[in-house]
Write a protein that binds this ligand. Structure first.
Ligand code: 13P
Length: 287
């Protein structure tokens, strides 16, 4: 059964580790992440961007697939199904479809509008027993057409949003989605510490987990980050393993063209990436 992200993140912040959000795109992704979480006895958050939701034909399909898999695979670790960077309408659709968690990304609105919309969603989530992630200060890079410049959030604005009663807060601290450019300045721990100071026990969310050096991840966790999002790294691992399989001509040997064989190396590569991240985030054995 799906759970909200509330308890798992409260425990993570108290225990100084982070729960990984891994974005899903299809059946292979979902199965790889769920089985790895179970093998690692780790809580996990499945992230679904609006684009990925559309790709999988809609949120109801996603809910059906994930719930079915949890049952058929005998997954007993806590699993939250979470909308990633949702619009207001996207959030409402996921509430209706049966997600257990949503992110409303109002970071591109003026702060007053972000507050007003987040406030409405706080009430809706309360009613449906769901967790809610809000965002202040847009995350850089490009993800499904959402482009941010990698701002550092205003800690006072973070406090305003946190005080609305959201479950977790994504604050921009110089992080960006996708690969980091060579001239990236690194995370702003100054911003993170200032946000933490004003938001207390609120679990903070680090987006753009791909390519952040290990020492920065660990420092971010020590400063109150309880959820870390990883997407691109699984995509790169999947693509790399699939390319190697094709380049080695394996699809031309016997029944190597069977999609269940063709997609297997990519599937294993996602599993290895997820396990590596769970080890780094410290969530293994914390289910
Ligand atoms: P990456 O694609 O950089 O790992 O970021 C994922 C993310 O933050 C999803 O919201």
């Amino acid at each position: 059964m799906l759970v909200t992200a509330k308890d798992m993140l409260k425990k993570a912040v108290a225990g100084k580790y982070a729960v990984g959000q891994f974005n899903i795109n299809n059946l292979e992704w979902t199965k790889a992440i769920l089985t790895t979480a179970q093998e690692c006895n780790s809580p996990v958050i499945l992230g679904v961007s609006e684009g990925a939701g559309k790709y999988m034909t809609g949120y109801k399909t996603v809910v059906g697939m994930v719930n079915g898999m949890i049952e058929e695979l005998g997954i007993t670790v806590p699993v939250a199904l979470h909308l990633d960077h949702g619009s207001y309408d996207g959030c409402l659709k996921c509430v209706e479809a049966g997600f257990s968690s949503i992110m409303f990304d109002g970071s591109h609105y003026p702060i007053e509008e972000n507050i007003a919309k987040t406030k409405e969603l706080v009430e809706i989530c309360k009613k449906h027993n769901m967790s809610l992630e809000a965002e202040v200060g847009s995350i850089g890079g490009e993800e499904d057409g959402v482009v941010g410049m990698g701002e550092c959030a205003d800690p006072q604005e973070c406090k305003q949003i946190a005080d609305l009663g959201v479950t977790m807060l994504a604050a921009g601290i110089g992080n960006i989605h996708g690969k980091y450019p060579d001239n990236w300045k690194g995370l702003s721990f100054e911003t993170l510490a200032a946000v933490k100071e004003l938001t207390g026990d609120m679990p903070l969310v680090l987006h753009g987990g791909t390519g952040i050096p290990e020492d920065m991840i660990k420092k971010a966790i020590s400063l109150g980050v309880g959820k870390i999002n990883v997407n691109t790294e699984c995509q790169l691992a999947f693509a790399d393993a699939t390319r190697k399989y094709i380049e080695a001509g394996k699809d031309l040997e016997g029944k190597g063209f069977d999609p269940r064989k063709l997609l297997a190396p990519g599937y294993e590569a996602i599993k290895a990436t997820v396990k590596e991240k769970m080890e780094l985030f410290g969530s293994i054995g914390k289910a």
